[in-house]
Design a protein around this ligand. Structure first.
Ligand SMILES: Nc1ncnc2c1ncn2[C@@H]1O[C@H](COP(=O)(O)OP(=O)(O)OP(=O)(O)O)[C@@H](O)[C@H]1O
Length: 270
């Protein structure tokens, strides 16, 4: 049986006129790798911040249940309930990778085996390397290792492959896949649709203030009659562009009264 690691119930979040989500209810289960995709500025980072409670919704609730089954073994502290790797993680450049994890574990009130934690993400050879000497990709991997400190049931990554070469991006996605198990979910925001398509169990498309699609890559392809997730995304962008164009026949009525069913009113209905 799977457990919900985070649930949104009737959540509304906006910045002034910019609506990120309106009346959104969604639940993420342990064992899922969920990819959050959407155009630039659609609200992916804000949505991740809602999942992690870095940001509070204007209304509605975000809950992350932590049942007994998610406790660490007897005699140790509770598991962290969520970990978040921002798009541009920053670490103390003078610390080694191992010292970074130890420092972070002490802040989190837990313990870590740095060699095992770094080995898990493919950084075994960098244990004693200073963080300032790590490549961009290695720094993201260190971020994933740090996110796993305290064994959180929900790990949230914001665009972990941006700016990385394809091989490193593949490695990051493979690592993300590896850390998902029956007791943990991972949510990743990404523009790398090919990578997402390879590893995600579930893809949520965020656009125009709502989750417009939510399903497995195969379900999304089928729903949109598309061959790839990239085609799904392009199809959605095209239909949004069409929605924004007021069809000439409906742009005005012959008696000068306002049109009743223009594309503009369609957009506002969402
Ligand atoms: N603190 C804030 N105050 C006001 N507006 C904000 C704030 N944070 C984000 N926004 C606005 O909310 C919208 C969504 O921003 P967000 O960064 O969540 O989008 P995104 O999908 O992650 O973008 P990208 O793909 O470009 O990283 C944008 O219009 C942004 O300008």
């Amino acid at each position: 049986m799977t457990d919900s690691v985070v649930s949104l119930s009737d959540v509304h979040m906006s910045f002034g006129d910019v609506t990120i989500v309106d009346d959104c209810s969604v639940s993420i289960e342990s064992g899922e790798l969920v990819a959050l995709v959407g155009p630039n500025g659609s609200g992916k980072t804000t949505f991740l911040e809602l999942l992690t409670s870095i940001r509070q919704p204007n209304s509605g609730t975000v809950s992350r249940p932590t049942p007994q089954s998610r406790r660490l073994s007897e005699g140790t502290e509770d598991r962290r309930d969520v970990a978040y790797l921002p798009q541009s993680p920053s670490f103390r450049p003078g610390f080694t990778a191992a010292e970074t994890l130890q420092f972070y574990a002490s802040l989190a009130g837990t313990s870590v085996d740095p060699e095992a934690a770094l080995g898990r993400v493919g950084l075994a050879s960098a244990t004693d390397r200073r963080v300032g000497a790590l490549s961009g990709g290695m720094t993201r991997l260190l971020g994933i290792a740090q996110a796993l400190v305290g064994d959180p049931p929900l790990v949230v990554l914001d665009e972990p492959t941006s700016g990385l070469d394809p091989e490193m991006a593949d490695h990051i996605f493979a690592t993300a896949r590896d850390v998902v198990d029956e007791d943990r979910a991972l949510v990743v925001a990404s523009h790398d649709l090919a990578g997402v398509e390879r590893v995600a169990d579930r893809v949520m498309v965020l656009a125009d203030g709502e989750i417009t699609l939510d399903g497995s890559p195969a379900e999304l392809r089928s729903e949109m009659g598309a061959e790839t997730l990239r085609d799904v995304f392009s199809g959605l962008a095209t239909s949004r562009d069409h929605d924004r164009v007021v069809p000439p026949a409906k742009a005005a009525t012959t008696d000068g009264s306002p049109p009743t069913d223009t594309a503009e009113s369609e957009v506002s209905k969402r």
